[in-house]
Design a protein around this ligand. Structure first.
Ligand SMILES: Nc1ncnc2c1ncn2[C@@H]1O[C@H](COP(=O)(O)OP(=O)(O)OP(=O)(O)O)[C@@H](O)[C@H]1O
Ligand SMILES: [Mg+2]
Length: 404
């Protein structure tokens, strides 16, 4: 739990999802109801399991009510991420009954709806969870059949959850046609998990958008996320950070005396330098020399490679008398290799900021900007929102992260 950001005074609940609390400036509003919506496979279940596991870690009573999957399926999905659900309360209320269960099949919809919400409420009253997940609303909507009946049931649930002080995540797979926006007006917050267009060739793009958080400050817009084994990771987009003061500038050597002379002493810290030239003119080797000079001064450095493999860079550098091995072994040099076809700009920015803020790198090399641009071009059509050009991206990285 973290206290709220400026201007809201509300208590926040940590989501347990790396990067998301940063976007929400501390987490979700405690004791409130938030909708997590996304098409099938967008990661809603994974998201909410992380939320409940974080609750368990903090000793909070946590409950998962599944209306769409069986408990076995849920446990298997959790196990695939290496999670045990021990200590969580899992309530399976499947609305799709077995064909043998003739009595249930013949129930009129209104009765079934009342029965389902009644069973949810009974368990919630009994166990008084502090964190609660309802997966998912499509099932309730289907049972309700009319918008009015659905809304009544929704209010009934919300009243009890609020009285008991639950922090609730309700999932919606957006399968209702036309898409039902009325629930947006009832809930306190809405988080959308958006998948990029699948008709575009290339890697799928996933973006998280905090659409609304009543009365809370948060970072709006699309933030890339990934579903990894081990859960969702969200990469807060750099443009959302408030500006930081420009770092004090000093002049550092490039490691090439004549180049230093040309540059009036060397490179200015806090600046970006673009090295331009046709292929084979030694751009990569020249920047490796600059990086080595920084390492020899005792600094840390990071190199982001798009166009070749780490092993190629190591071998070429060694053959030119620049042995990078000791610096890699000591952890002061980190070589990050990206496949341009799989790159998400948010993930890249996250890695660069970590290199500066966590690993303490003061020289960052991106080899090459063309590779980075190619990667963005491949993904730009699939983005739910337009992506800034690399130059702008680089500027905000530098301004906000104090890069040299
Ligand atoms: N163990 C895992 N490692 C990596 N990725 C996984 C793993 N398990 C699931 N995924 C990815 O997560 C996606 C599904 O996530 P999840 O079940 O949370 O989505 P969902 O939004 O709840 O889907 P639905 O609406 O069908 O319930 C899968 O399509 C798969 O790409
Ligand atoms: Mg699911």
């Amino acid at each position: 739990m973290t206290s709220g950001g400026a201007g809201d005074g509300g208590e926040r609940v940590s989501t347990g999802i790396p990067g998301l609390d940063e976007i929400l400036i501390g987490g979700l509003a405690r004791h409130r109801l938030c909708l997590v919506e996304g098409l099938p496979g967008a990661g809603k279940t994974t998201f909410t399991l992380q939320f409940l596991l974080e609750g368990r870690r903090r000793g909070e009573r946590s409950m998962y009510v599944t209306l769409s999957e069986t408990e076995d399926e849920l446990r298997a999905a959790a196990a695939s991420h290496g999670w045990s659900l021990d200590g969580l309360s899992v309530i399976e209320l499947s609305t799709v009954r077995s064909v043998d269960d003739q009595q249930t099949l013949l129930h009129p919809a209104e009765f079934e709806l009342g029965e389902t919400t009644g069973r949810i409420l009974a368990r919630v009253e009994q166990e008084k969870p502090e964190r609660l997940v309802i997966d998912n609303l499509s099932e309730l909507r289907m049972l309700a059949q009319t918008p009015l009946r659905y809304r009544w049931q929704f209010f009934a649930l919300r009243r009890v959850f609020t009285r008991l002080g639950c922090t609730v995540l309700m999932l919606d797979d957006k399968t209702a046609r036309p898409y039902d926006l009325q629930v947006h007006t009832i809930v306190h917050g809405v988080i959308a998990l958006e998948r990029g267009s699948l008709d575009t060739y290339g890697a799928e793009r996933l973006a998280l958008n905090a659409v609304k958080m009543r009365g809370l400050e948060f970072h709006r817009g699309a933030h890339d996320y990934a579903i990894n084994t081990g859960g969702l990771a969200v990469y807060p987009r750099v443009a959302t950070y408030p500006g930081r003061p420009e770092p004090l500038s000093a002049i550092v050597s490039t490691g090439v005396p004549k180049l230093d002379d040309l540059l009036g002493g060397g490179l200015a810290t806090g600046s970006s330098t673009l090295l331009i030239g046709p292929t084979g003119t030694g751009k990569s080797s020249a920047v490796t020399r600059c990086m080595l000079a920084a390492l020899q001064r005792g600094e840390s450095a990071a190199c982001f490679i798009f166009d070749e493999q780490r092993s190629t860079l190591r071998q070429r550098s060694a053959s030119l008398g620049m042995d990078l091995a000791p610096y890699e072994e000591s952890g002061r040099l980190r070589l990050h290799e990206f496949n341009p076809g799989e790159l998400s700009p948010g993930r890249f920015a996250y890695n660069v900021t970590r290199a500066v803020e966590v690993d303490g790198a003061r020289t960052i090399v991106i080899d090459s900007l063309n590779g980075y641009e190619t990667a963005l071009a491949q993904t730009s059509n699939a983005r739910p929102t337009p992506h800034p050009r690399p130059a702008r991206h680089g500027q905000s990285l530098r301004r906000n992260r104090g890069l040299q």
